[in-house]
Design a binder for this molecule. Sequence first.
Ligand code: AMP
Ligand code: GLY
Length: 452
Amino acid sequence: MKILVIGSGGREHALTWKLRESPLMEEIYCAPGNAGITQEAECLPVDIASPQEILQLARSIHADLTVVGPEVPLVAGVVDEFERAGMAIVGPTKAAARLEGSKIFAKRFMQRHRIPTAEFDVAENFEQATRVLRDFGAPIVVKADGLAAGKGVAVCQTFEEAEQALEGFMRQEILGEAGKRVVMEKRLTGEELSFIVVTDGRSVVPLPPTRDHKPLLDGDQGPNTGGMGAYSDDAILGDRLRDEILRTIVRPTLAGLAAEGIPYRGFLYFGLMLTSDGPKVLEYNVRMGDPEAQPIMMRLRSDLLPVLAAVREGQLGAQEAHWTPNPAVCVVLAAKGYPGQVQVGQVITGYDSAEAIGGVKVFHAGTVMKDDRLVTSGGRVMGVTAIAEDLPGAIQRAYLAVSKIRFDGMQYRRDIGAKGLRHLAAGHEPESSQRRRTPSSSYTLKPQPRHH
Ligand code: AMP
Ligand code: GLY
């Protein structure tokens, strides 16, 4: 098969790296890709916000399957464009991508289908938002309705912080159209978890549980980012919790989509908060997470390509995925200034000695070759990902690899995976001998009648 991967981050590097090892793969391309991805695939330029351009590119290389990494092309309708043209693509349609593209849509959807989430209200203008704020009080979470590349959520401790967030989103329009309408919701407390599945709308294959580290600084301090690191370990979830998530969140979400006549195919990411009152949905993403995809792809033992082909064909029920029980850890190296205005063009050294360490893979994000040297070209520069027999080993390996890499202004968190270690120490999680391995087979959800 000829494969085209769309995107240019660590997630797409991890996907391309994994797909490339498939015996079914004949040719692999990535657009637009990055310097690291050129090791795995031929990189071609494309405007990811243009479904037509992506389709043209897929046609020109005679792609048998296109796999979409980021949300922007999905929300823009790239899947609909391909389907109309009879070209194979993995991802949700524009209608289904509203689960991520509009937080108002997502919250109302959860309300309609009784999916556990924070209590909320919607505000269409600043005056309405102020009334909701007075009504709810602080702490409160203010969320821009539209896509905002991780900058659209303000978790506000005080009334004043919330007023400021509303002022920025709705009056100064710092996010443009995306922030003109907002969701305002109660703050939830607990541990966060990224629960990602791949689905053809009826069957789901859950990927191993993963924990992201969104704030910039150690100890979850500082501004939110796209993600500063992630670890994946089966010990994050016990049996009971996994079953509860599937029963109360995953199943009703897919049933709800089907009942509303919105078929879903592709990766579906449930951003969850494990509250004392059970797991609740913070957000949906209609794609794999980044950096989550990096440790997840490191743990995948079986071939990804037949799974994705089956998703597109609606035949996922017959597929299995096999995961190693070994945990994986990804530490993101970010450029100076991230998540704000970043400095680019800094020379990167030491990545080859980092990768020479066994069990380590450096996935690139904002990198480019310039005059035969690897230089930084974006906020998140690379994801240093390591796998080992246990979590402490994986963390140690990842940071050993990080210590080899240098570029001017490099910033990273020193505590990726530390939450998992604390759990092991406190004995909160199931012992490794009893811990549930991520099951290999898919779960089939009962098909739901469609209401038109
Ligand atoms: P999102 O961009 O929707 O993933 O939100 C970014 C981050 O904001 C999440 O990962 C949480 O850490 C935080 N967040 C979102 N909603 C809530 C909530 N209701 N309560 C507490 N934190 C939240
Ligand atoms: N790491 C969070 C995300 O991909 O949205």
